[in-house]
Write a protein that binds this ligand. Structure first.
Ligand SMILES: *Cc1c(COP(=O)(O)O)cnc(C)c1O
Length: 393
């Protein structure tokens, strides 16, 4: 089997990846490329990171055998409960790892961009804990849409700066953050929230999130006497929870990988975020990958009911798995995700994030055998989506 797990020395997964950044950022990006593996591999770093994951985040998160869901779909379903992490999703794993890394690099100031505010909250949390200055760029439109998360970030001590250009959403916030990084290169670390961006960010974030599949292995072994499930399923926005869920299985031939993308209102509706179905080869946020774009390369504004999946690209790790047919991709519509969220809540008593509900909806699309072991990553909890759920009750 090919090695799908990590990129080559130039940051490529097959033909995807690399580092396409303005020349002014070369020193920062090169510093990271040269140092990240050495720093995060030291026993000292690992101990600090592991201790925080255990006592601050609450890991290991349970691997829960969902008996009622299993009965309904006539297969063996296990839920990886990332929703039980501190701050309610997997993003905190990466935020803590990167803040620790920033400290080792001697950086005093953290910047991040956020769309729905989830990554901003995770970053602000990690910065509050470790007493670092935190600046979060956020589109003006998103600030208005995501007031509770903006409030959380401010309470945590972060400065939220509105991006007022273009569509005033995530991509404009990315541009502002990059501009800041260029101007404050020596003092500042830029925390990217998913397995996207220039090399080494996709690999760095995947390594921090890989704790998810590391735990699944021993937890499954404890429960059923084998480490490998037959299937792992995760939703994909940029792809960080999926990368973490796939990481220790991607080179294991017996484990099948399934990714759920946000189909929005449907693939032909013009309101979708299903990148592998609708995208083409392009460069977005510093790496070569699959991008939703017009023929002349303008990024198409994506749509999904779930803010975390509302992204016009996909990380290079996943783009490679897609073209190599190592991962099977499904496009899940807004309505299908809602239906699955209500179903899980009713029969298991767990309100999932709308993002995670996309992964659950695969159960309606694909038939599994009675004794297949199917692990689904429940990437986050649904409190943040309550308003949307109530509108659709
Ligand atoms: C942000 C988010 C996602 C999507 O991001 P990935 O990088 O694709 O994991 C999925 N689920 C939840 C709960 C999120 O907050």
């Amino acid at each position: 089997m090919k090695n799908y797990r990590n990129p080559d020395e130039n940051g490529y997964y097959g033909e995807f990846g690399g580092a396409f950044v303005p020349e002014m950022l070369y020193p920062n990006v090169e510093e990271l490329q040269e140092k990240y593996i050495d720093i995060i591999s030291t026993p000292e770093f690992q101990k600090e990171f592991r201790d925080l994951l255990k006592d601050y985040v609450g890991r290991a998160t349970p691997l829960y055998f969902a008996k009622n869901l299993s009965e309904k779909y006539q297969t063996q379903i296990y839920l990886k409960r990332e929703d039980l992490n501190h701050t309610g999703a997997h993003k905190i794993n990466n935020a803590l790892g990167q803040v620790l890394l920033a400290k080792k690099l001697g950086k005093k100031r953290i910047i991040a961009e956020t769309g729905a505010g989830q990554h901003g909250v995770a970053t602000a949390t990690a910065c509050a804990l470790m007493n670092l200055e935190c600046i979060v760029y956020m589109g003006e439109v998103d600030i208005a849409r995501q007031a509770p998360n903006v409030g959380r970030m401010k309470m945590l001590g972060a400065t939220v700066i509105p991006a007022t250009s273009g569509s005033k959403t995530l991509k404009d916030a990315v541009n502002e953050a990059l501009r800041d990084w260029i101007n404050n290169a020596t003092t500042t670390h830029y925390i990217i929230g998913s397995v996207v961006g220039p090399h080494p960010f996709p690999d760095l974030v995947a390594r921090f999130q890989s704790v998810i599949s590391e735990e699944i292995k021993w937890q499954l072994n404890e429960k059923i006497g084998r480490e490998n499930p037959d299937y792992v399923i995760a939703c994909v926005g940029g792809g960080s929870n999926a990368a973490g869920t796939f990481y220790h299985f991607v080179n294991e031939e017996s484990v099948k990988l399934i990714a759920a993308e946000a189909g929005g209102c449907g693939l032909d509706s013009g309101k979708s975020a299903a990148t592998t179905f609708l995208g083409t080869l392009g460069i977005l946020h510093g790496s070569k990958s699959i991008v939703m774009q017009t023929d002349d390369g303008q990024v198409i504004e994506p749509h999904s009911i779930s803010a975390g999946l509302d992204y016009p690209g996909i990380g290079p790790f996943h783009a490679n798995l897609f073209t190599e047919k190592r991962t099977e991709f499904f496009s899940i519509t807004d309505d299908e995700a809602l239906k699955s969220a209500f179903e899980l809540t009713k029969i298991e008593g767990i309100i999932p994030a709308l993002e995670s509900a996309h992964a659950l909806a695969v159960l309606e699309k694909k038939k599994f055998a009675k004794d297949d072991v199917v692990v689904i990553c429940l990437s986050g909890r649904g409190d943040k989506d309550l308003e949307m759920y109530l509108q659709n009750l």
